[in-house]
Write a protein that binds this ligand. Structure first.
Ligand code: TLP
Length: 344
């Protein structure tokens, strides 16, 4: 049975050309700064995002955690959106690794209200934690791949300058945001002090993320990566895939957005679903009747369609390179078949 995998863009596999680039990669020991391909990838990443320096890390989670460790001290407080990846899906790393506490603000489409951010910033004084970081996420995963608009990012940035607090951007899918906004990624990144972006999502690399920011911050981050056991050796083998992806795989993300919109146009006609119009490649589908997401996911799987959920009332479908427009048509057929079986 053919499987249509809409669980995540993390399931994408490298193309033949990417595999060839990996095979041919020049490598060296990154512990000595001698892997030319990693050095090239870090240089390219910094340039693309308009920052001084970059650090290759094994995953998006590691990039976020290293950023946290590099901007904060134990006992500090970090302002972030209540459903942000860093809070929701990083196995408690904020407390466990950095020893910081979150100040959570519920956002709308991933955007924390500016006045609530300002109110959350702690005054100075013996009894208060220090607010040492604001975290944004663009695109915002649990908001359904929503793009934070540039004027919103600018407002948060201006507020952060007023209080002298750095901003870390979880830009796991920053290139999806840049395609949607029709601006280079550096136009988004300029409203953050550090940015993490992933090679292993829509860009289809087997692993790897980049943390970019000022040189002194990246120097600290390199040490913190070491502390987490993320020091690399001849990882130019995987960095080569990243170099290829940054040169060749960004523009094609627009196609993933069209696939998501195509599926959205179908799902919105189904009465039991309430679907958020996607900006990018993630669909957030609320189930209006009593059906549980886990039951629907099980039924879809019987017919070869894989999906995930945000919770028991909300399905998630993610489009990517390895599902074609034909696969999207087939996914629609499967959804229709399952719902007919369940008498909708
Ligand atoms: N997201 C994964 C899961 O962890 C949920 C996915 O399938 O979407 N930031 C954001 C916004 C992310 O969506 C992810 C991965 C990460 C960070 C972490 O990246 P990895 O998986 O490389 O650690």
């Amino acid at each position: 049975m053919k499987i249509i995998d809409l669980r995540s863009d993390t399931v994408t596999k490298p193309t033949e050309e990417m595999r060839k680039a990996m095979y041919l990669a020049e490598v060296g020991d990154d512990g000595y700064g001698e892997d030319p391909t990693i050095n090239l990838l870090e240089k390219k990443a910094a340039e693309l995002l308009g920052k001084e320096s970059a650090l290759f890390v094994v995953s998006g989670t590691m990039g976020n955690q290293v950023a946290l460790l590099s901007w904060t001290s134990r006992g500090d407080e970090v302002i972030l959106e209540a459903e942000s990846h860093m809070y929701y899906y990083e196995a408690g790393g904020m407390g466990g690794n950095a020893g910081v506490q979150p100040f959570l603000i519920q956002g709308e489409d991933g955007m924390m209200p500016i006045e609530k951010i300002e109110k959350a910033i702690r005054p100075q004084g013996r009894v208060f934690p220090k607010t040492s970081l604001i975290v944004l996420e663009n695109t915002h995963n649990r908001a359904g791949g929503k793009v934070l608009p540039l004027d919103y990012m600018k407002e948060v940035y201006e507020l952060s300058r007023k209080y002298n607090i750095p901003i870390h951007l979880d830009g796991a899918r920053i290139f999806n945001a840049s395609i949607y906004l029709k601006v280079p990624a550096k136009e988004i990144a300029k409203y953050a002090d550090s940015v993490m972006f992933c090679l292993s999502k829509g860009l289809s690399c087997p692993m790897g993320s980049l943390l970019v920011g000022p040189s002194d911050f990246i120097e600290k981050a390199r040490k913190n990566r070491q502390r987490l056991g993320g020091g690399l050796r001849q990882a130019g083998v995987v960095a080569a895939c990243g170099v290829w992806a940054l040169d060749n795989m960004i523009d094609r993300l627009e196609e993933d957005h069209r696939k998501a919109y195509n599926l959205y146009a179908f799902l919105r006609t189904i009465p039991i679903f309430d679907v958020k119009k996607p900006d990018t490649n993630i669909l957030k589908v609320n189930i209006k009747n009593g059906y549980k997401a886990s039951d629907l996911i099980k039924k879809f799987k019987d017919y070869g369609l894989l999906a995930t959920s945000f919770d028991e009332k909300t399905l998630r479908f993610v489009t990517h390179k390895d599902v074609s427009f034909d696969d999207i048509e087939e996914a629609k057929n499967i959804i229709e078949r399952v719902l007919n079986l369940l008498h909708f």
